[in-house]
Design a protein around this ligand. Structure first.
Ligand SMILES: [Zn+2]
Length: 211
């Protein structure tokens, strides 16, 4: 089991481009535009894999991100959020992992606020059984907003092996929310599973802040 109380000792053979980071709406190159991301109608989850420490769901569908085609691979969740925005921490962060034909990874992160329970997340919770793997059919197309705002930067995986050269799209205005009960369920089941913010170093962060 990954010990989030012992992050300093996670093996890290990589360098200065680690994730997550504290994102700033003031200090970055800002574009008066939306993030160029679209998902197709087939974007969905097919399989739920439960173990003691995480829920991971694999799926299908494609996303067009910055005019490049990526295949959706899997989704998993962090409570509380890993990325901060102006030092603020959201209660829940969704990671949608994608790969292109030559293996480039793009993670689309959704920072969720507390509000109405999300029905897809509730279905995932209801299906949960430690050690089980279930077929599911959960549509995800509504998870990614058509007019997404947020950040784009180069970082890493946030769990060992912490591999770099991962491209991040962090969406700050998802239309979906989670309920406090749903957040509580994840916290009780898995504890806090957010990696601490890493140094920004010499990175250029793009902020898509359509106004
Ligand atoms: Zn993650």
């Amino acid at each position: 089991m990954l010990n989030y109380n012992d992050q300093k000792n996670w093996p890290n053979n990589f360098g200065n481009l680690q994730s997550p980071i504290n994102l700033s709406t003031n200090d970055n190159q800002a574009f008066n535009d939306f993030l160029p991301i679209n998902v197709d109608d087939f974007y969905q989850l097919n399989n739920e894999i439960d173990d003691q420490t995480t829920i991971r769901l694999t799926g299908m569908g494609n996303a067009t991100i910055f005019n490049r085609e990526f295949a959706f691979q899997q989704v998993h969740f962090h409570t509380p959020a890993e990325h901060l925005v102006d030092n603020q921490q959201a209660p829940f962060e969704i990671h949608l992992v994608h790969k292109d034909n030559i293996g480039q990874t793009v993670v689309v992160a959704l920072l969720l606020k507390i509000g109405n329970a999300n029905s897809a997340i509730q279905e995932i919770i209801n299906n949960f059984k430690v050690g089980a793997e279930n077929n599911v059919s959960i549509k995800l197309s509504e998870w990614v907003p058509n007019l997404a705002k947020g950040f784009h930067y180069a970082g890493s995986l946030t769990t060992p092996p912490l591999t770099e050269n991962v491209e991040w799209v962090v969406i700050t205005n998802p239309e979906i929310t989670v309920s406090q009960n749903q957040v509580n369920w994840f916290m009780q089941q898995f504890g806090g599973n957010n990696r601490e913010c890493q140094p920004l170093n010499e990175r250029n962060i793009e902020y898509y802040a359509n106004k």
